[in-house]
Design a protein around this ligand. Sequence first.
Ligand code: PEP
Ligand code: MN
Length: 338
Amino acid sequence: MIIVMRHGATPEEIAGVVAKIDAAGLKAHVSQGTELTVIGAVGDERALKPEMFELLPGVERAMHVVKPYKIVARDWQPKNTVVDVRGIPIGGPDLQVIAGPCSVETPEQMAQAARAVKAAGCRLMRGGAFKPRTSPYTFQGAGVEGLKMFRAAADREGLPIVTELMDARLLDTFLEYDVDVIQIGTRNMQNFDLLKAVGQTNKPVILKRGMCATVSEWLMAAEYIAAGGNHNIIFCERGVRNFDPAYRNMLDVTAIPVLKRETHLPVIVDPSHAGGKAWMVPALARAAIAAGADGLLIEMHPTPCEAWCDADQALAPDELNALMGELRGIAAVLGRGL
Ligand code: PEP
Ligand code: MN
């Protein structure tokens, strides 16, 4: 921890800070500048809190120098982590595109969607059986029946499934249906009990960014999962709230290099919930890959205009196909596979 003294702090005030550091079992290192005195507390700074010092006379401010997240931090593991989903690597040199409908509707819709996902060359499929809807009067998802439909359709095409968990009480059901990747949605990024619950499993988890969350809060949310023993975490940027109603959310492309620097875990991007319109998806997807994302989570529906949820932003199968072709070109330039 670093404690910055106020301009003109007296020797007694400096001694008071040093005594407090000593009492906590750390060593104080006093650095006297021409304008200010800065005191470093050397040792395990977890024993210290900024408030312990900021209330002392003569102290301007105090701050931690060690990051509050550990397991997920690149400082602690410099090498990229590759999350394995039934033999499919996420976070390695190959990019992965996870595609599928916003929600699981019917067995026919899922069968058509699974065929289209496979035909486009995507290796994992998405689909929500439990939907976090803004209105309680809109379609809430097909529930456990939806998990069954999803599993059957994806199994026929040999695709691992990605689906959202909203309630820890359903975790056993998710494990029963052998959900391959558990998605934690934007609205639950700081549902700490849910994070702790998935932290107790060994299932890969896609942790979407809270719509108003800072990168640091997002990393701390991942640390909750990791602290339970589950290190199979994939970050997913899906756009943040912004002032402009011209689009659903603002895709924070800046977060991609920032996260890649801060964490060794894979980072993917959901361009569908960012733009909120199908026509924006290709541009945002291309930007995400160019900025260093390890993959994408894209909404695709066999017949978008009939989708029960997020129809506006769903790509049609031929649009997904065309996008995959473009992304292969970008991947090749970057020395990555798709
Ligand atoms: C989704 O992926 O279907 C979803 C609801 O996303 P988000 O949590 O990002 O809104
Ligand atoms: Mn959706």
